[in-house]
Design a protein around this ligand. Sequence first.
Ligand code: CS2
Length: 496
Amino acid sequence: MKHITLSNSSLKELADRVAVPNYNRENIKTGIVHVGVGGFHRAHQAMYLDQLLHDKANANWGICGVALLSFDQKIYDTLKAQDGLYTLVVKELDGTLTKRVIGSITEYLFAPDSPKAVIQKMANPDVKIITLTITEGGYNLNEATGEFNLENPQIIHDSKNATTPKTIFGYLTQALKLRKENNSGAVTLLSCDNIEGNGAVAKKMLSAYVRFVEPDLLPWIEANVSFPNSMVDRITPATVASDIAELKNVSGIEDQWPVVCESFQQWVVEDNFIAGRPNLESVGVQFVTDVEPFEKMKLGLLNAGHSVIGILGSLLGYNTIDEAISHPEIGTFLANYLDNEVTPTLHDLEGVDLPKYKKTLIARFSNIYIKDQVDRICSETSAKIPKFILPTVQAQLKLNGTITNAAFIIAAWAIYCLGVNEKNEKINIKDALSDTLFAKAILATDNPKIFIENEEVFGKLSQSAVFSEAYSKAYQDITTFGIEKCLIALNSKLLK
Ligand code: CS2
């Protein structure tokens, strides 16, 4: 089979082999600027928008991607060379692959090289929505104080170099200032990150930065920017070499960075778009008045569930989530955690069948075709724990509910941070706080509590005697008996 390199000019030829955008990409105007064009955005929002653009009425809602960090150079170069096009490969539960070329990213900017272009694009009057997937850690929240971290060196940099910023806060401030000066109109800032109340957090963090550098801009923001909360969901593992090879060998498509994902997809959004929005309902997006219960459910069950499987799986030497969850003790431990510790903290989920949601979740985690990497799940755990697990712990402590499995996970993570698994293999830790975590993990071998006294991650959690005790016991148990024996003991206790 002839190999075809993915680009605008090859789309016609490719149409015989794979679904391609059936709209003229040249006629699409940019109505959305998206910061953080990672795998998740490409499997989720860009896919929804691609579907939408097939209707001519929506031609004003193309996406301009923004690569914010120098680290993003590779994805930027790759996508640019393919005119923003890429193949989305959906792995169905039975292993079938559904492939489709996504065309909604019609412009792409690399911020480190062109900060001015990014600011101007965000301030363009045609742009009505700015969306973000900048990760849980990207919001610059100090967990110890619950406030914006003004001491972050990059924030200090941005405050002194307004026109060449490095952080999202520097960019947004300049862009909003320009919108105000040019009368470019209101705009929606839509966070698509896994954070409870992500819109409210985005607003609080941005306002704190603006108060620091441009206080006069605050009233304009208050009146002209809306910050809807949203819940996003689709498991999207990192693309690996075999995904690229499969596409080339089976479909003859040369795509240097396709995206693979599961078939499940969900997007629940608060309908608060001050400058208008496309008709996303028509492609399955749910609009609700209060997203928080949905977000709580997803973060507490899915994302926390991932971390549980990832941390335990990594210590036992597994590489993928499906392998780790197939260990019966991990599966049971997870189910108990979800039922006994997370579920009692969830409320107001009108229309959601929670038992069914959990059942589907376990099937999603267990999908053997997805091969989601334990390494991906465990990356940046220091930013994930406060968003995925600690809210459950705090709620359970208030309810006098059980926190045994949560404490066990935190203890397992403290041991994980030593960087060696139970097979004596090195763990490849990817975490912005890895140095601090390692130092605390070493100290914790003598005094486990030191690890949870790190307020940067745990806030004031160590002050809870109930939690500290459960955590210290779990720590001692793991170091004495190993993960598996502890899981057996914990799981059987619950059976009685
Ligand atoms: C994962 C998420 O990063 C993580 O730890 O839990 O990326 C998860 O796969 C997505 O949020 C699914 O929607």
